[in-house]
Write a protein that binds this ligand. Structure first.
Ligand SMILES: [Zn+2]
Length: 351
């Protein structure tokens, strides 16, 4: 998992420009699955066929987003300073004076205009200094429409904790690859679709079309979630190192409760660490999948992460491993008769 994260945090791919991440993930996932393809929006999909006879296999969609927050170049001034517009919810105060990397490898520093009060550091008050002496030199390196993002990093902390970026949501992508690896050892009856979605950070977009294309019976999303365990954090019963966080709700979705309980039941039975997640603010692809087609039963296994959308996010790789292990235990659990027993139960409960 650590090596995978080193590779995935080293590539830059802001919303709409995920190709670099997609290419890396394709190399990781294709040997582990039966078929891979890229949909028209750019999401990477892979299918691992189940062992049950045709017609008895459910379609399970597992989804994590490839894109990260970043910037697009809007203007280069006469002095060679580069103005940018944000893509996704960037915390400009946290990102100030951080190194940014452009798609072609050019580096720069994101700087607030001198004298700007911290509260006023917004998109129109920052620029990127790439060290160019004038507009001409800057334009040889960067042009309007190019993207850049805060430089990727990964640092090991105590135990299996790591700091860096973008954990959101390369850690979810790594969990999907880990699940595919584990399913190689323990096959499952159902068809499992791995979806590495695009454009999550700008409105949960890629997951919507991918889900429409698959029309899954169940969708599970893997993404970071906030925690209540750092100094000054809002009270929240979710902590780094507390295990897989089974989402009940965020501001975009109310998850299928029966599915969440089922996941918790499997975790309990197997003695796996888990916690429930109720996230006050923030949305995930879970919502897009839920509302695709005629509606889909959805859940999410989140990786508790501190300082989300800042320049450095902190998480525990054991929590990510727990998300993968719980998913595989759920997918391969014995009491499942295949077919649609759980769907019928959920229908009955809904009445
Ligand atoms: Zn995310």
């Amino acid at each position: 998992m650590l090596n995978m994260m080193k590779t995935l945090t080293a590539c830059r791919g802001i919303s709409g420009y995920e190709k670099g991440v997609s290419d890396k993930l394709l190399m990781m996932i294709s040997p582990l699955t039966d078929r891979t393809w890229v949909d028209p929006m750019g999401s990477l999909l892979a299918l691992k066929k189940g062992t049950a006879p045709e017609g008895e296999r459910r379609k399970i969609m597992l989804c994590a987003h490839m894109d990260e927050i970043g910037f697009l170049v809007t203007f280069i001034d006469d002095n060679g300073f580069v103005r940018v517009t944000p893509i996704g919810g960037i915390n400009f105060i946290a990102a100030s004076y951080a190194t940014v990397t452009f798609g072609n490898g050019t580096k720069g520093v994101l700087v607030p205009e001198t004298g700007t009060a911290p509260a006023d550091i917004k998109a129109d008050k920052v620029y990127v200094d790439i060290g160019a002496k004038d507009k001409k030199e800057a334009e040889r390196k960067v042009k309007v429409g190019d993207f850049c993002a805060l430089e990727g990093s990964l640092t090991r902390l105590c135990g299996r904790r790591v700091a860096g970026r973008p954990m959101d949501d390369r850690i979810g992508c790594a969990v999907l690859v880990r699940i595919a690896q584990l399913l190689g050892e323990t096959p499952c009856r159902d068809d499992v679709y791995f979806v590495f979605s695009v454009q999550e950070e700008v409105g949960l977009r890629g997951a919507r079309t991918a889900a429409f294309g698959i029309s899954p019976d169940i969708g599970l999303v893997y993404d970071v979630t906030g925690t209540g365990d750092s100094i000054g954090a809002k009270p929240m019963a979710c902590s780094v190192g507390g295990g897989a966080a089974i989402k009940l709700k965020d501001s975009s979705v109310i998850c299928d409760r029966a599915l969440a309980e089922e996941l918790a039941g499997v975790a309990k039975e197997k003695g796996m660490k888990y916690q429930f997640e109720i996230l006050a603010a923030g949305g995930t692809d879970t919502a897009s999948i839920q509302m695709s087609g005629a509606g889909v039963r959805v859940g999410a296994l989140s990786i508790p992460t501190r300082y989300i959308h800042s320049g450095t996010e902190v998480l525990d790789l054991n929590d990510a491993e727990a998300c993968a292990a719980l998913t595989v235990a759920w997918l391969t659990r014995e009491e499942k008769s295949g077919g649609n027993g759980t769907d019928a139960e959920a229908g009955a409960e809904a009445e």
